[in-house]
Write a protein that binds this ligand. Structure first.
Ligand code: ARG
Length: 265
């Protein structure tokens, strides 16, 4: 199967103007020029070097986190399950995502109101199996519905460290048998599930996990991750991956890096 296309949103209105995770501080706003440069370098790497097909969504004034398209929803076989954001600050994004996917001809599914669901940020396929992360941003009830929509078996993993509030901040499937993981981000039972089910777990060290090592974009045997994670990069290279390390410092100020900036479509 060919690699899926990716959806990105340029950082036109990106900034840190509210605080909805421990990384964010309104006293530490993003350097706009630098953010644009980092996003453009990443986009160029994906398109020109890695030959990924990238679609763009138009940014909206007043919705600074729209740059993190991973949270738009979850896409599988031309069906888009739209997110229900936990925080009011991001709820305004939902209509723009839904409109984009509707226009592109995707089947649209939603989750009933009381349940939060933050898309691929908290739901990652590993082959046909779905791993989901719940507690901070998504509710397990939503994941139950999502897995039903896609007829995919899933395990819900409870997150327990507010710095790793989305699944994609502490877990990245590499192929059907291996994944990058920062285990302490998960509650003890979830850790057990990961250890028992995934034959090759590449455990990321705390310092590199805090530099978003797990927030990586995997395209076949190529992987894009934040710089400053040499131990993880070396382990990946040993396993035959080509590692591309980029600076995502401006996005880390909002609690996101490489993976948060793309959505598989
Ligand atoms: N500031 C954003 C938020 O708190 C960052 C989202 C990061 N996205 C992700 N998929 N981890 O919602």
């Amino acid at each position: 199967m060919s690699d899926p296309a990716l959806l990105m949103c340029p950082p036109d209105y990106y900034d840190v103007i509210y605080e909805i995770n421990p990384w964010m501080s309104v006293r530490r706003q993003a350097d706009h020029k630098k953010a644009v440069r980092q996003w453009t370098d990443f986009h160029n790497l994906l398109v020109k070097t890695l030959k990924a097909k990238v679609e763009l969504l138009q940014a909206q004034r007043g919705l600074p986190d729209m740059v993190f398209t991973a949270n738009a929803g979850l896409v599988h076989k031309k069906t888009f399950v739209r997110s229900n954001f936990r925080h009011k600050e991001r709820k305004g994004e939902e209509v723009f995502y839904e409109a984009w996917f509707r226009k592109k001809g995707y089947r649209i599914k939603t989750i009933p109101k009381p349940f939060a669901f933050e898309g691929e940020g908290d739901a990652l396929f590993m082959g046909k199996f779905l791993y989901t992360g719940y507690h901070f941003r998504s509710d397990i009830e939503a994941h139950d519905l999502v897995s039903g929509y896609f007829k995919a078996a899933y395990d819900g993993l409870e997150l327990q460290d507010a710095y790793f509030y989305h699944l994609d901040t502490c877990f990245a499937p590499l192929d059907e048998e291996s994944a990058l993981v920062y285990l302490p981000a998960f509650d003890p039972y979830a850790q057990l599930i990961l250890i028992e089910n995934i034959p090759n777990l590449l455990k990321v060290a705390e310092d590199e996990a805090r530099r978003f090592a797990c927030n990586a974009v995997v395209i076949g045997k190529k992987i894009v991750m934040p710089e400053g994670c040499p131990k993880t990069a070396k382990e990946l290279e040993k396993r035959g991956f080509d590692v591309y390390s980029l600076d995502f410092s401006e996005f880390i100020k909002a609690g996101g890096a490489a993976k948060c900036l793309v959505l598989k479509i």
